[in-house]
Design a protein around this ligand. Structure first.
Ligand code: NDP
Length: 283
């Protein structure tokens, strides 16, 4: 039987409607949640991402500010802007779109964002909070993947989850979230000699390598839950993930499509983190 499709568009709509209700309640009490999105340079993909984030804020009743700067902006000038946003009471979340121009150190910039406003969850403090299970902001993409898994009713306790990819923003936080949900977790990366050896034993596979068709049907255990984080283009220029969807969907129990799976959830969880930041500020 073909896999059930986990519909990220539908789930993200539901989450965004809940965010809109929370935002309206807060606004009625005098605090409208606000997100600042900072874009430095002219990267075309980044321009699309930031536009989508700002649009999503507006649709859920959040206040949003898009600050665009030329690629010539100095690191000191950017840090000054972040300091100002840290102090701005109308702003509860700050997101600096990556990648930054090469002359700007992204770590210094991320660390300059107040932890109370780090809605991307990228700072070392937020990473530490995740690691030690303290309340804090979880990185939006893995947080969204967890919501997709939860939406199926799949119980992760005691299951074997394999994460492909170990980046600080996707793979590593994903592994920690799965571990917190009591899965037994294996993390694979580019030096893993036989990826299929691991994925064939997995009840859950999260593919986050950025390599198209990396996970094929012969690498998946029948009935497994497959989350495809990857964003790639196929030969026809169309968006595709890391998973060979046509093949794997014949073997897996559940699968996320690309587009329409993890992507819309990433934005939804950014809104969740922003409204959460505003709720905390209003307490
Ligand atoms: P990175 O390039 O930072 O990390 C990729 C990871 O995959 C690395 O850990 C790398 O290993 C590993 N990897 C690469 N090739 C292989 C391979 N052949 N076998 C096993 N592991 C491999 O990417 P990100 O984590 O930022 O993103 C991953 C993908 O997810 C990208 O396609 C990105 O576009 C997409 N993405 C999608 C989002 C969404 O909203 N849908 C949001 C964020 C990312 P090593 O560490 O050894 O180099």
């Amino acid at each position: 039987m073909p896999a059930q499709i986990i519909d990220g568009n539908a789930l993200s709509r539901q989450i965004r409607a809940e965010v809109a209700q929370r935002a309206a309640a807060l606004t009625a009490r005098g605090t409208r949640p606000g997100l600042a999105v900072v874009l430095v340079g002219e990267d075309p993909a980044s321009q699309v991402y930031v536009r989508n984030k700002v649009k999503a804020c507006e649709e859920s009743g959040l206040h949003s500010v898009l600050e665009r700067y030329p690629a010539t902006l100095s690191e000191a000038e950017l840090l000054e802007r972040i300091d100002a946003l840290n102090l701005d009471p109308a702003i509860h979340g700050i997101l600096v779109q990556m990648p930054l121009p090469r002359h700007i150190n992204p770590h210094r910039v991320i660390e300059a964002i107040s932890t109370r406003k780090d809605v991307d969850g990228y700072s070392t403090l937020s990473a530490g909070e995740l690691m030690t299970q303290l309340p804090g902001f979880r990185p939006c993409t893995p947080y969204g993947c967890m919501k997709l898994i939860e939406s199926t009713g799949f119980d992760l306790r005691g299951k074997h989850a394999v994460v492909i990819g170990r980046s600080n923003t996707v793979g590593k936080p994903m592994a920690l979230l799965l571990l917190q949900a009591n899965a037994t977790v294996t993390v694979c990366h580019s030096a893993t000699p036989d990826l299929g050896l691991h994925t064939r034993q997995a009840d859950v596979v999260v593919a986050a390598a950025g390599r198209r068709d990396m996970l094929t049907a012969d690498m998946v255990k029948p009935g497994a839950l497959v989350i495809d984080v990857g964003i790639n283009r196929n030969d026809a220029g169309k968006l595709c993930g890391d998973v060979d969807f046509a093949g794997v969907s014949q073997v897996a129990g559940w699968i996320t499509p690309v587009p329409g799976g993890v992507g819309p959830m990433t934005i939804a969880m950014l809104l969740v983190n922003t409204v959460e930041a505003a709720e905390r500020a209003a307490r």
